[in-house]
Write a protein that binds this ligand. Structure first.
Ligand SMILES: Nc1ncnc2c1ncn2[C@@H]1O[C@H](COP(=O)(O)OP(=O)(O)OP(=O)(O)O)[C@@H](O)[C@H]1O
Length: 224
């Protein structure tokens, strides 16, 4: 089932009195239970596209639909809080909080979990993603890069979202750790029905996804 649709999206940056188009009327759909990768040359607009579908920026024209509803209608803030989880290359965790506390942050600002259940859900999520209770109680700056990225994934999942978006999530990890994170993405899509969309430069990762898209000349093109 289609969960996310970008319809005729256009985006440009103003360069003096010129408009430099990054996306040009591109239409693309994403389904539940699938792991997608987006590739493209540096500067082709991958991060820009991700920021539009995560409602961190708004398109110049075109619409984005989540479960058939325009995200403008859902409300960008509601959509960001309740429907998507974002994972960054640099993890973006709060360094002086424990792993568990980092996972609790988004829960405290959404309405998807009951307060008394939050801590238990956080420990369970961390455990599922490979972070023991002992590590969950450590400050995240005392965890390795791979462990921190796991915490960031647990945080993205904390609000029980249907879509996981990631921008170069393994860019700071070595190959073994990269594969472990990719295995988590596959499992989230195939076992838990999440829609996982990952921007990457890695063909290795792309070949493991269910569908690759290339961003070229402002268009996202499916790679068969
Ligand atoms: N705020 C901005 N103002 C003007 N131009 C910008 C701005 N942000 C990004 N750009 C330009 O838009 C283009 C697309 O950038 P974007 O970061 O989306 O590309 P990308 O495909 O993610 O690149 P990379 O793979 O190098 O991360 C680039 O040429 C970039 O320099």
């Amino acid at each position: 089932m289609t969960i996310l649709k970008a319809n005729k999206l256009s985006y440009y940056y103003q360069d003096g009195d010129q408009r430099r188009f990054i996306l040009k009327d591109t239409t693309v759909t994403f389904e539940e239970g699938k792991f997608y990768t987006i590739l493209g040359q540096s500067g082709s607009g991958k991060t820009t596209f991700l920021s539009l579908i995560s409602a961190l920026d708004t398109p110049k024209s075109g619409e984005i639909f989540f479960k058939g509803k325009n995200i403008q209608e859902i409300g960008y803030e509601n959509y960001r809080r309740n429907d998507i989880g974002i994972i960054f290359q640099n993890y973006n965790l709060v360094p002086y909080l424990t792993a568990c506390e980092n996972v609790l942050v988004p829960m405290s600002i959404t309405d998807n979990q009951l307060p008394k259940e939050q801590q238990e859900v956080a420990y369970n999520l961390l455990d599922y993603i490979g972070i023991s209770k002992e590590k969950a109680d450590r400050r995240v700056n005392q965890l390795s890069g791979g462990e921190q990225q796991r915490v960031a994934i647990a945080r993205a999942l904390a609000t029980n979202v249907d879509i996981i978006l990631a921008d170069e999530p393994t860019g700071n990890l070595d190959e073994d750790k990269e594969q472990e994170i990719v295995d988590i993405f596959k499992e989230l899509a195939h076992k838990h029905g999440k829609c996982v969309i990952v921007v990457t430069h890695s063909n290795e990762i792309a070949h493991q996804s269910d569908q690759m898209f290339y961003l070229k000349k402002g268009l996202l093109q499916a790679h068969e």
